[in-house]
Design a protein. Structure first.
Length: 570
C-alpha cells in the first residue's frame, strides 16, 4: 500500500475509537472529550491533550502505528538544512510539516503533525516530488520550524510590508499615531515575530542596527551574536519609533541616547523588555534586553555553585551586617546570583530594599527603587534615603563611585547586610578596586565580608557532542593540570540543527570566592595591596574560576575552548 493510500484510509479513522482500542482512553473520557469538542469546535486531538486525557506523543505514536509509518522524536533527530529549505518556511508552517533529509534515491523524509491530512500530503508532493512521511506531534513540528527556520521568511515578509506602507504613507508620525493601539499593524506584527523567534531560541538580547543600505537585526544567544534577518534600511525608522512609543520615550528626540522599559506579550508569556537607544551615523540603534520573569531560575541551589562556596555564601548572608560583592564582566549573571540570594533572604521578618538602574527582576515582598539621574536621584542619594527606612538587607545595583561605595560600607558596618556588584577581573581584585575608588582602608577591611566572582561558559549541546582529545595549544594552556585532570570525558562541540549549528545550548556559571579572614582584614587595613592580593589568591586556589571551569570540562559539560576563553578574562 502506498503512503497516499495509507493516508486516504487513515482519514476515515475515528481517533477516539483508535485510542480506546489501544487502551489509552476509556469510554467516559472519550465522551467527555467529544462533548468539549462539540462546544469548542476544536479538533479532538487537541481537546484530549488539553483535558490531560491523552498526551500528544501517545496520539502521534498511535496514528503512526496504525498507519505503519515511523514515529520521530524531533528533539533528537538531526535535520539536513539544505534539504529542509527545499520547503519554504511559509509552506512548512501552513502544512505543519518539516523536511528532515533527502535520501539517495531522491525521496524526501518529511515529519508531519497530522498524517491523516491528505491535502497537506498532496501539497508536499507538488513542492518536493516523492515524500516519505514520518509522524510527530504538532508542538514538536512547530518548535523545529521555529528553531531551524528562525522565522526569517515571515520576518522578512513583514519588513517588506512595513517598507511598502512607509512609501504609501504621507507622514510617518501619522502612520504610527493611528496604529499605536492596533496590534495588527505591520510594524507591530513584525516586532511580534521578532520577539517570538527570540524567545523560541532563549535569546537574551535583540539588536536593531541601522546601516547605510540595510537594517540588520541580530540576536545574542548564549553570549554570542547571530544575524537574524536584514531589511530595507528605512524600515528601522518605523521599528525604532514603535519601540519608543511602547517604552513611552520621546519619539521626536533622535540626537540623544534614551532608556526605557515596556512589557511584551508573546504567546502565553509576558516579557519585560529593557530598551536602550543610541544615535549612530545611519540612524538610531536599539538594544532590547529580554527579562523573562522565571522565579525557578532565581534559586541558589540551581545556579551550579560548588558546595563549599554555596555554604560560605549562605553563612555570610545569615550573619549580621557586612558587604557581599559579586564581581564579573557585563553579562556574567551577577544580577541573577544576587536575586537568587534575595529570594532566599526574602522572609516576612526581614525588610529588604533594592536600589537599581534598572530594576531587572520583580519579587513580591521587596521594596524596589529605580534610580533616575535626570532628576538627580542617583545611587548615593537613594541609598542614603533607604537607610532611613529601617532595612535589614539592602541591594545596591552597582558600586559605581566612591560616594556610593562609602555609604554602602557604612551601612555594612552598622549592622545592615549589603549586597552589590563590582567590575573586577577576579574575587581578589575587589578590595584593591574599592581602594582605587578612594574608600578608606579601614572601611574596606571591616565592612567587606565576602566577594564572589563569576563567569558564564556555554554548555555543550547534548545532541551533537562527541568525544575529543586536546589539541597541542590546549595542552600547552593546561600546563601541569593536563596530568592531574581526567580527560576521558572531554568532549567537543560539532554543531547540529538542535543548537543552530553552534555546538552549544545554554550556559553555566563558574565561581570563585574570597572570604575576609583575620589575616586578609589585617592586610587590607594596613593597605598592603600586593600582599593582600597574594594571600587572597592562595585562599581560593582550590576553588578558582579556572578550577571550576576545568571541572566542567572534565565532566563533559563544556569544552576546553570555552574554559580557555573564560580564563582569558580573568
Amino acid at each position: 500500500m502506498s503512503t497516499r493510500d495509507k493516508i486516504f484510509a487513515a482519514a476515515k479513522l475515528r481517533l477516539g475509537e483508535l485510542l480506546v482500542q489501544r487502551g489509552l482512553l476509556d469510554a467516559d473520557g472519550l465522551e467527555q472529550a467529544l462533548a468539549a469538542q462539540k462546544q469548542s469546535g476544536r479538533r479532538l486531538g487537541r481537546v484530549l491533550v488539553e483535558l490531560n486525557l491523552v498526551s500528544a506523543e501517545q496520539i502521534a505514536s498511535s496514528l503512526a502505528d496504525q498507519m505503519m509509518l515511523p514515529y520521530v522524536d524531533l528533539a533528537t533527530r538531526e535535520i539536513d538544512l539544505e534539504a529542509m529549505h527545499k520547503l519554504p518556511e511559509l509552506h512548512a508552517r501552513k502544512l505543519r510539516a518539516i523536511v528532515l533529509a533527502r535520501r539517495p534515491d531522491g525521496a524526501y523524509e518529511v515529519a508531519m503533525a497530522d498524517p491523516t491530512d491528505l491535502q497537506a500530503y498532496d501539497g508536499l508532493g507538488r513542492r518536493l516530488g516523492v515524500v516519505d512521511i514520518l509522524v510527530s506531534t504538532e508542538s514538536a513540528v512547530l518548535t523545529a520550524i521555529d528553531r531551524h527556520y528562525a522565522r526569517r521568511a515571515e520576518i522578512e515578509g513583514l519588513a517588506s510590508t512595513v517598507a511598502r506602507d512607509m512609501q504609501q504613507a504621507g507622514d510617518m508620525l501619522d502612520l504610527l499615531g493611528s496604529k499605536v493601539g492596533n496590534e495588527d499593524a505591520p510594524v507591530m506584527r513584525l516586532l511580534q515575530s521578532v520577539f517570538e523567534a527570540a524567545l523560541a531560541r532563549d535569546v537574551s538580547d535583540i539588536h536593531v542596527e541601522p546601516g547605510e543600505h540595510k537594517l540588520v537585526i541580530r540576536y545574542r544567544l548564549d553570549g554570542t551574536m547571530h544575524v537574524q534577518t536584514q531589511a530595507e534600511s528605512h524600515v528601522g525608522q518605523a521599528v525604532l519609533q514603535r519601540l519608543k512609543l511602547m517604552a513611552q520615550l520621546d519619539i521626536a528626540e533622535r540626537r540623544l541616547p534614551q532608556d526605557g522599559r515596556f512589557q511584551m506579550r508573546v504567546g502565553e508569556r509576558v516579557v519585560d523588555v529593557r530598551l536602550s537607544t543610541l544615535p549612530t551615523q545611519f540612524g538610531e540603534s536599539a538594544v532590547l534586553r529580554l527579562l523573562v520573569q522565571n522565579e525557578g531560575r532565581l534559586a541558589l541551589d540551581r545556579l551550579g555553585m560548588p558546595a563549599p562556596i554555596l555554604s560560605r555564601l549562605r553563612a555570610a548572608m545569615a550573619g549580621h551586617g557586612g558587604l557581599v560583592l559579586v564581581t564579573g564582566p557585563t553579562g556574567s549573571g551577577k544580577t541573577t546570583t544576587l536575586y537568587a540570594a534575595l529570594r532566599e533572604l526574602n522572609t516576612p521578618e526581614r525588610k529588604i530594599i533594592t536600589v537599581e538602574d534598572p530594576i531587572e527582576y520583580r519579587l513580591p515582598g521587596l521594596v524596589q527603587v529605580q534610580v533616575n539621574d535626570k532628576i538627580d536621584l542617583d545611587f548615593a542619594r537613594v541609598l542614603r534615603a533607604c537607610l532611613r527606612q529601617d532595612p535589614d538587607v539592602v541591594l545596591v545595583g552597582e558600586m559605581r563611585d566612591q560616594e556610593t561605595a562609602e555609604i554602602g560600607l557604612r551601612a555594612a558596618l552598622t549592622g545592615h547586610l549589603v549586597l552589590s556588584t563590582l567590575h573586577t577581573m577576579d574575587a581578589a581584585g575587589a578590595a584593591p578596586r574599592l581602594r582605587d575608588m578612594g574608600v578608606a582602608p579601614y572601611m574596606v577591611a571591616l565592612g567587606l565580608r565576602l566577594v564572589l566572582a563569576q563567569r558564564l561558559l556555554r554548555r555543550i549541546c547534548e545532541h551533537c557532542a562527541r568525544q575529543a582529545t586536546p589539541s597541542p595549544q590546549e595542552l600547552e594552556w593546561l600546563g601541569d593540570d593536563a596530568g592531574a585532570l581526567d580527560l576521558s570525558g572531554l568532549r567537543a562541540a560539532s554543531g547540529c540543527g538542535q543548537c543552530g549549528h553552534t555546538g552549544y545550548a545554554g550556559r553555566e556559571a563558574i565561581y570563585e570566592m574570597v572570604e575576609m579572614t583575620p589575616e586578609l582584614i589585617h592586610l587590607a587595613n594596613r593597605d598592603e595591596i600586593a600582599e593582600f592580593m597574594r594571600h587572597a589568591q592562595q585562599a581560593f586556589a582550590g576553588h578558582a574560576l579556572r578550577r571550576h571551569a576545568l571541572a566542567l570540562v572534565a565532566a563533559g559539560r563544556t569544552t576546553l575552548a570555552e574554559a580557555m576563553q573564560a580564563s582569558a578574562q580573568c
